[in-house]
Design a binder for this molecule. Structure first.
Ligand code: ADP
Ligand code: MG
Length: 472
């Protein structure tokens, strides 16, 4: 038995960071090579979720790295602490393995389909990602309630809200929250029997079991769990028989206080062709939305994702990406990956210029009639009768702060300058000041109609500089 030396391990990690950056995570630092013996490298993980995730999602890359740095044929195995928690979500369930190898149910036996092997339900279990923990979830006004409810459910399954129903558009964190619930429950009690599947898997298994005559197995599998988590339940729409089966599964679990957690792209009442009795049951517990993140939440998500992936990006880059990508967290994550990949390709550090290039905005198209900061200042200083120097000064008298804030508001609206760039122009103020100004202006316009009209007027008076003119 030979110990893997630390230099080799460092090289392996270096190899992964260089060749397979997208899979690398900050928590890889917790991994520990325990043994390299007879061509088998064993790597110890911090918990069962990491182990299962790495084994299912990253094995090939680790094998490649191990072989490359040792120059030998090496197999890799991820191990959890001895006598440990489950590898997949539910494999700890004491009754589960017995069930998988159980005798075919008597009713199934005579059916021709009974010659099939019993269905391997766990092949379809969703793999939990260590990334999707509560720690890594950023909260904001858009998802606060869904987050709080998820935490409550994870702390006391079957007690707090049952069912918990989280709905919202794509990429807004539903799957992340569902997985965080599973992980928290498992870390508190590794023996909890959690079944976490996509709605598709539920329906496919149901159809498969019907055709194989294995409905007893199906029911046993779904109705004897402590926690049932189904992602994207809206796929039940229009599927009458699956709805019927789910209805009975739901009742059985609900009646014995077992926790049910569901996600959907729409609120229960908005899911087309969903039986009324299901709609009403979904509303028995807590129905809570996740919405699009605002600017500040997007900044926080980007920072968290960059940290998780070991990507070093300054706040100017983060702000730029947060203003450029305003749809959902998945796209934000995609932007980080794009910038990371581009930097690796170019072998350059990540800065604002690189981020612009990576996002395909390097060369500003020679847009006709582009508004410059000077155009805005011309209009605002004329209207308020102030000087540019005043706007750029530290003075905080209302006669100066209002036009300054209006300038920033218009700059945000009419130009593509980042918050930092705008702040820089108006006396070296930081982006939070700019954000504050924009918000103050918006809020006042919402309640003060005269002020709103005045903003409109100023906006309409801005005359763009024609191409070639160098001001601004
Ligand atoms: P959904 O299931 O709603 O389509 P996901 O949960 O798959 O969305 O989220 C897509 C990506 O965005 C995931 O990588 C997830 O970690 C990330 N994400 C979404 N919301 C948040 C958040 N509030 N904080 C951190 N990451 C988030
Ligand atoms: Mg999802």
């Amino acid at each position: 038995m030979s110990k893997l030396n630390t230099a080799l391990w460092r090289d392996m990690m270096g190899y992964l960071r260089e060749r397979h950056a997208p899979i690398c995570r900050q928590w890889f630092e917790q991994l520990e090579p325990v043994d390299l013996d007879s061509g088998l490298l064993q790597i110890k993980t911090a918990n069962a979720v990491q182990q299962n995730y790495l084994q299912k999602r990253c094995l090939d890359q680790f094998v490649e790295a191990a072989q490359s740095v040792t120059g030998q044929l090496v197999a890799v195995k991820f191990v959890d602490r001895p006598a440990a928690a489950p590898a997949a979500v539910n494999t700890a369930a004491p009754e589960e393995p017995a069930f998988i190898h159980a005798e075919p149910a008597p009713s199934a036996a005579p059916a021709p389909a009974s010659s099939h092997e019993p269905l391997d339900f766990d092949a379809d279990q969703m793999v939990l990602s260590p990334d999707y923990s509560f720690d890594n979830f950023i909260t904001g006004p858009n998802n606060q309630m869904a987050h709080a409810a998820s935490v409550a459910v994870a702390n006391q399954p079957g007690v707090a809200y049952n069912p918990l129903f989280i709905h919202g558009g794509v990429g807004l964190g539903k799957t992340h929250l569902l997985q965080a619930v599973c992980q928290k429950i498992l870390s508190d009690n590794p023996l909890t029997n959690i079944l976490y599947v996509s709605c598709d898997a539920f329906m496919n298994q149901f159809i498969e079991c019907v055709s194989r005559g294995q409905m007893n197995e199906f029911r046993h599998r779904y109705r004897h769990v402590d926690v049932l988590v189904i992602d994207d339940i809206h796929f039940l729409a229009n599927k009458d028989r699956s709805q019927e089966e789910f209805f009975h599964t739901f009742n059985e679990l609900y009646q014995s206080n077992r926790q049910i957690v569901l996600s959907s792209d729409a609120a229960p009442t908005e899911i087309p062709h969903l039986e009324e009795r299901l709609v009403s049951r979904f509303k028995w517990g807590l129905v809570t939305p996740v919405q699009k993140p605002g600017f500040e939440t997007r900044v926080a998500i980007l920072k968290a994702k960059a940290k998780l992936r070991g990507v070093e990006a300054g706040s100017d880059v983060i702000d730029y990406l947060a203003s450029k990508v305003d749809s959902n967290a998945r796209e934000l994550e995609g932007a980080i990956t794009t910038v990371q990949g581009y930097a690796a390709l170019q072998q350059r550090p990540i800065d604002l210029k690189l981020a612009h290039e990576a996002m395909g905005e390097d060369i500003e198209p020679p847009r006709v009639n582009q508004v410059t900061l000077q155009n805005i200042i011309d209009v605002v200083t004329r209207y308020y009768n102030v000087k540019l120097q005043d706007l750029q000064s530290r003075r905080r008298h209302k006669s100066v702060t209002e036009p300054r804030q209006v300038c920033m508001w218009l700059a945000r609206k009419r130009t593509r300058f980042s918050l930092e760039e705008i702040g820089g122009y108006f006396g070296g103020r930081d982006h939070t000041t700019v954000m504050h100004s924009i918000r103050t202006t918006d809020e006042r316009a919402a309640v003060d109609a005269a002020f709103a009209r005045q903003l409109d007027q100023l906006d309409s008076q801005i005359t763009p500089t024609s191409p070639g003119d160098e001001t601004g």
